[in-house]
Each structure stands twice: as structure tokens, then as C-alpha cells.
Design a protein around this ligand. Sequence first.
Ligand SMILES: *[C@@H]1O[C@H](CO)[C@@H](O)[C@H](O)[C@H]1NC(C)=O
Ligand SMILES: *[C@@H]1O[C@H](CO)[C@@H](O)[C@H](O)[C@H]1NC(C)=O
Length: 487
Amino acid sequence: MASPPKKAAATVDFGKPKDKMKALWTLMALLLLPPETLAARVSRTRRELAPGLHERGIRDAGGSYCEHQDACCHGRDDGCTVPYLDTICYCDLFCNRTVSDCCPDFWEYCLGIEPPFPVQRVCIRNGHKFPTGATYRENCNLCTCYTNGQWNCENHACLINTDMVDAVNRGNYGWRASNYSQFWGMTLEEGIHYRLGTIKPPTSVMNMNELQMNMEANEILPQHFNAANKWAGMIHEPLDQGNCAGSWAFSTAAVASDRISIHSMGHMTPALSPQNLLSCNTRHQQGCNGGRVDGAWWYLRRRGVVTDECYPFTSQTKEGSPPAPPCMMQSRSTGRGKRQATARCPNPRSHSNDIYQSTPAYRLSSDEKEIMKELMENGPVQAIMEVHEDFFMYRGGIYRHTPVAAWKPENYRRHGTHSVKLTGWGEERMPDGSNQKYWIAANSWGKDWGEHGYFRIARGANECDIETFVVGVWGRVGMEDMHHHKK
Ligand SMILES: *[C@@H]1O[C@H](CO)[C@@H](O)[C@H](O)[C@H]1NC(C)=O
Ligand SMILES: *[C@@H]1O[C@H](CO)[C@@H](O)[C@H](O)[C@H]1NC(C)=O
């Protein structure tokens, strides 16, 4: 909370004993006056006896001081003081003659009467006064000025936590953290609730048969690989899911877009529509409230989706909003395994409503080498991972989950399931001489996040479960596509 400003102190800092001396002189002067003048004086209101600070707009800030200390003195008592803002106030009867020299609740609490001048209960922040009910935001927490003149702030764990950013950057964790304006003001709960959105597949899917790969036991793979270099122009940029917990649809569309581009040898380079999945793949799926990647792959195989240009992203989760807008188009079979859209693009500027499909997705083993080989031969893969509180603040480097929230209350530690696109790997020599292996992954939090929308994460250690469930797929590309779609 803001420390009380100097100006507020000035309103109450009288230097009590000196003030009392002055009062004494005034009293003696009064006694020396002719009797009728004295009578007139005495009949004057208490208001006039006060030093008139209130007339200059200076008021007590309000609060319970005498009450808290239970310290009402009945005589003049310089020892009867209570800390008030950054000075002291008095709870003694001498207070009758001033407003601000006594504690704000002196009149009410000690004398049981209304204060002579209503105490304006204001809250102070950055030297400014705010009335009861005023609010301000401190990151993700709303602070409200209560009737007692105190700011009262909510106590949520925020998505961007400055302490944790500093702790990551001070610690030797191999990655850097920073503030993100798109996350500032959100609670950690909201981050988990709105920014992820992949439901962990049930055990039956998790245990789905792994692809058997023909790999020499001592096959040598390159130290560095980046799909964007091998397949230039076919690897799509990281997406931005906004506050839509639909990473299941974003990562699926992202991997399928790259795979179709690669498998058509660049004849088609569609950026597939996550919105098409969010709105139309609704069986057992919850749009922007989360969904399963196996369901998304089923839909891509059986129904197919159009491009993002045709069916642009419009969903953003808001409290109480439906998980996604209604589905604007279906697809129907045209025979020979091909499908076509049943409606025009929901975006009037786009006329190309071709449907793109995939073959059945296949699960890879969790072996680092097999994932690498698949990535290198066939293109980017989809990976499910657990996102922890510190990941949101990732700015660059090789991510590992850190214990920076370990000493904080339990509500500062949260995690949720997410899915991303792996596009490469590498190794980096650390200052201590060790070699750190990493994956390169595209997230769906926009290109301003991380390393231009990408992040690197420790490889070979199943960091955040990233090697637990990895999926590949083939685009369904026919001979005719090699000519038809080429622009
Ligand atoms: C202080 O206020 C009380 C209550 O109004 C009154 O009884 C008392 O005489 C006052 N004392 C002085 C010194 O004005
Ligand atoms: C973080 O970013 C927000 C928005 O850009 C800004 O208002 C806030 O002051 C920043 N916080 C810190 C601690 O730098």
C-alpha cells in the first residue's frame, strides 16, 4: 500500500505541547476580556473554536485509532497518543478545540457524539485522496477504498508475478523471464483457464499403439535441426489463441498445415482454420473451453477443415459466453474420398472454401531419437505438455520448470495441459561447460511471446511431459492436388 504522503501528515502534525501552550494563552486572553465579550465567545460554536483546517479543505483521513488502542484519556494527557499516518494523534479531552489534532474517531468513540466536522473517510494513494468506493487495479487485484479509509485489495496470484520474474532472472535456470502486457492484469487462474485448453487424452488413447520406427540403434542425427530451414516457406508462423482455451484446435491446425504443405511438396500451403475446429468439431469437444487432440485429428481425417482465411478466428472466451460460435459450414463427400464445403466461407472476402483432410494421426514413442527422426523426415509433430505458472513469463532460453513459486502460498502453483508444435531441436553450451539439449516448439500465444512465438525446452528429460504424447500425421494429398491448388 502507498505510504502516507507528507501533505496528509501536515494536517495532523501540530506539535502538541506547543499547541497547548498557545491554547493556554488564548484562554488567559479570554479571561482578561470584559465579561460580555467572554459570554459571546463561549456561546460561539465549536466550529469557530477549531483552527479552521477543514475550511481549507484539509480533513482527517478517517479510521479507528482510539478504538483500536482503547486509549481515551479524560484529561489533558500528552501521553495519550496513537500512531496516525506518519505522525501521532491524541485521544484526550483537549481535542475539543481542534479537528485534526485528535484521532478521527475520538468524538465518536471517546465522547459518544458526532464529530463536529464530519470526518471525510478518504483513502490516500500517491498523494491523492479517494472517496469510499473508489477502486484501482494492482496488476490482477482490485483495491477498493473502504469506509474506514483503508484500501482493501484482493489477494489473487497474478499471471505475471514480478517477484517470480526477478527470481527466474537472478537464478541460474538457463532461461529468462519477462513481463507481458497481454498477461498483465490476469490472475494465474485465468491464465490456466483461458490460455491453454487441451484435455489430457484418456489412458486408452495415451496407450494407443506407437508407431514402430526403423531406426538403427546407433543412428546419428544432426546436432541441430529446424524444420523451417529444411522446408522453407512451408512451416507456418506461430498462432495466437488469445483468451480462447482452444490449444487443442490451434496445435492440430498448426501441425496439419505444415504437414500438408510438406507432403504436397509445397503445391499447397494452406494455413488451416482453428476456428473451423472450434466451432464444428463439437462432439465431446468444448471449443474455447478445451478439447482433445485425438478428437481434432478424427475430425481432420473424416470431415476436414478449410483455411484460416476462409474461416477466420473469432472466438474469445468471456465469462458466461458460449464455448464457440455456431458452426458455419460442414463438408460432404463428393465421392472418391474427397469432400467439399456445404457453404461459402464465413468471411465474405474469401472464396476459396476447399476442404483439407489428413490421414489418421499416429502416436510416436517417447524416445527422443524417434521423435527427432520423425520430425526430420516428415515434418513438425504435435506434443502435449504441462504448463506451469512460470512458463507464462518465458522470454527466451531453454525452459525448465523452476521452483520460484515453491515458497509462495499454494495458490501460486498451478498447472494445466496444453499442446504445441515441435519444429526442431538443438544443443547449447552452457556457461558451466555442460551441453544443454533442447526442442524448438511453436506456442500459440502470438509472435510477441517467447522467441518470436517459439520457445525452447529441455530435450531428453521429458520436461513438463513434453515427450509423453507426441503425434504425427500425413496430409491427404492426391495427385490432382499437386496441380489443382497451385496458385
Ligand atoms: C468537550 O466536549 C464535551 C462534549 O461535548 C463537553 O462536555 C466538554 O465540556 C468539552 N470540553 C471542553 C474543554 O470544551
Ligand atoms: C508490465 O506491463 C504492463 C503493461 O505493459 C505495465 O503496465 C506494468 O507496469 C508492467 N509491470 C512491470 C512490473 O514492469
